[in-house]
Design a protein around this ligand. Structure first.
Ligand code: DGL
Length: 253
């Protein structure tokens, strides 16, 4: 029994950590399509063709019994096609609109995502279904993906750049909840929390996905090794980080 997590890059780690916290018995492989990052700047058709070209082969390679699409941008545009192409369960990470609407008192919610996710009909439907009584401010910030990648590769996060990406004029003062609708963004949570001057509840999909994965997988007697695959190249700091996340092998495809 092994789980495969897919993301365009290291964002999948934010989901993997939640799964491993809940289910340390599971072997959770990760596949990062660094060569093609950022997905948020690609067209829906291109993302779909790319996933159909690379995911089934990786599912086969690691003999995965469950796939987690740990990328909101990919999930919101390709879940039906991926499910049709695979014979294993596919869990998709999508914007956590429902839990955000459950906790927001002011009924003003910010959704922070890639530009592709922000413009997706899937997000429109989630808002319509779960948050139709809320005022939603959508902020597309593709650059935050690269900032998260750079942080995990040992770089510093530049607050001046955060100020440019998220100018205070774009943040409604009465918003009380922010949805981190890109798996890279929880990796910048500390910096984002320090950046916003108003009190905001941060919501992401990690814990809900971990619970879903746990429901779908029997307890394993023995922990099998987990591998990390990337289509790109990694620097030494990233490799050290991945080793500390207990990947036994790191492979550049
Ligand atoms: N981590 C992905 C997401 O959740 C997007 C990253 C990218 O734009 O490549 O949307």
């Amino acid at each position: 029994m092994s789980v495969l997590i897919f993301d365009s890059g290291l964002g999948g780690l934010s989901i993997r950590r939640e799964i491993q916290m809940l289910r340390p018995d599971l072997s959770v492989h990760q596949f990062a399509d660094h060569a093609w990052l950022p997905y948020g700047a690609k067209s829906a058709n291109d993302i779909c063709s790319r996933l159909l070209a690379i995911i089934p082969a990786m599912v086969k390679r690691v003999n995965a019994s469950l796939l987690v699409v740990a990328c909101n941008t990919a999930s919101t545009h390709t879940l039906p096609q991926l499910r049709a192409a695979l014979s294993i369960p596919v869990v998709g990470v999508v914007p956590a609109i429902k839990p955000a609407a459950r906790i927001s008192k002011s009924r003003e919610i910010i959704v922070l995502a890639t530009e592709r996710t922000i413009a997706s009909p899937y997000l429109d439907e989630l808002i319509q279904q779960y948050a139709s009584d809320c005022t939603i401010t959508r902020i597309g910030a593709n650059r935050l993906v690269e900032m998260a990648e750079s942080k995990l590769s040992g770089g510093a996060v530049d607050t001046t750049e955060l100020r440019k990406l998220l100018p205070s004029a774009s943040i409604p003062p009465s918003a009380d909840t922010i949805v981190l609708a890109c798996t890279h963004f929880p990796l910048l949570k500390e910096e984002l929390e320090a950046y916003f001057s108003q009190q905001l509840d941060f919501v992401d999909s990690g814990n809900a996905i971990a619970r879903r994965v746990s429901d779908l997988t029997p307890i394993q007697e023995k922990v099998e090794p987990a591998e990390f695959f990337t289509t790109g190249t990694l620097n030494q700091a990233t490799i050290a980080l991945l080793k500390s996340e207990l990947f036994t092998r790191i492979t550049t495809l």
